[in-house]
Design a protein around this ligand. Structure first.
Ligand code: ADP
Ligand code: MG
Length: 246
């Protein structure tokens, strides 16, 4: 089963590649945000991912998966700003909480699709350090972390599918991962299916009317434009498919 494992090193490569994508596409994100927001999503995301790059390439990077995810969370929360900062931060913070639970050998929370709309239990990071942190995780554990992350974003933003936000790319991607994992697919297929689902979700935002965030001020006039946050979320899964897909 070792090839069905994801290492801390790979997670780090994933977010470094994401930082590359964001810096290359800062203009695209800013342009999208100029149409339905305030033209800062590219700048915001770039600030966040450059800070992530600094942390991950610095002398004392995180040494286990829970700490890694929590470090990414606080780095993003402290650097992105805008609406997206706390939302991306919530994803990694709640994923870290699940990693922490797994590390402590607690029972895994159920990950059924119907659960996604329920409130997150234990919304803060506990301070008790694990005896020894996870250096790698099974794909099932990674999916559980991402499901936790999705719940965190939904709870934080009080948004659900169809409101023209990052959720429209994030939720389909994570549901696709969950589905492919339950069907015993290999890691490559799992991440490719997540990328496809995120891409389709991102494209669907064009036709949606925004009911959350700054774009909602435009009402009907937000229709016809792709959501910037759904786009930066797609890039996250595009990077994952590049690292783990085949
Ligand atoms: P701001 O809107 O404060 O300028 P950004 O431009 O960085 O922040 O981010 C905008 C993106 O944040 C939107 O495109 C949308 O995807 C996402 N977003 C905004 N509000 C919410 C929310 N309540 N839930 C989920 N995502 C949201
Ligand atoms: Mg903005």
């Amino acid at each position: 089963m070792s090839e069905q494992e994801i290492s801390l090193e790979e997670l780090s490569q994933w977010l470094l590649l994401y930082a590359d994508y964001i810096s290359q596409r800062e203009g695209v994100l800013t342009e999208l945000d100029a149409a339905i927001g305030d033209a800062d999503h590219g700048i915001n995301m770039c600030r966040g991912t450059e800070q992530v790059r600094r942390v991950l390439t610095g002398p004392s990077g995180p040494t286990d998966i829970a700490t890694f995810l929590r470090t990414i969370a606080f780095t993003l929360i402290n650097s992105i700003g805008g609406a997206a900062g706390p939302l991306y931060g919530s994803f990694f913070l709640h994923a870290a909480n699940v990693a922490k639970q797994i590390t402590a050998n607690e029972a895994l929370p159920p990950v059924s699709a119907t659960e996604l709309n329920q409130p997150v239990i234990g919304g803060t990071v506990t301070t008790s350090p694990a005896a020894s942190g996870l250096q790698s995780a099974t794909i099932e554990q990674i999916v559980a972390m991402f499901v936790g992350g999705l719940k965190g974003v939904k709870q934080r933003g009080k948004a659900s599918m169809g409101e023209k936000t990052m959720i429209d790319a994030l939720e389909p991607a994570i549901l696709a991962m969950q589905d492919a994992t339950e069907n015993q697919m290999d890691i490559g297929t799992i991440f490719l299916s997540a990328e496809q689902a995120a891409h389709a979700g991102m494209e669907r935002t064009v036709e949606l009317v925004a009911t959350k965030g700054r774009a909602s001020y435009l009402g009907e006039r937000s229709r016809g434009h792709q959501d910037p946050g759904a786009t930066s979320t797609y890039f996250l899964f595009e990077a994952a498919a590049k690292i783990w897909g085949k």
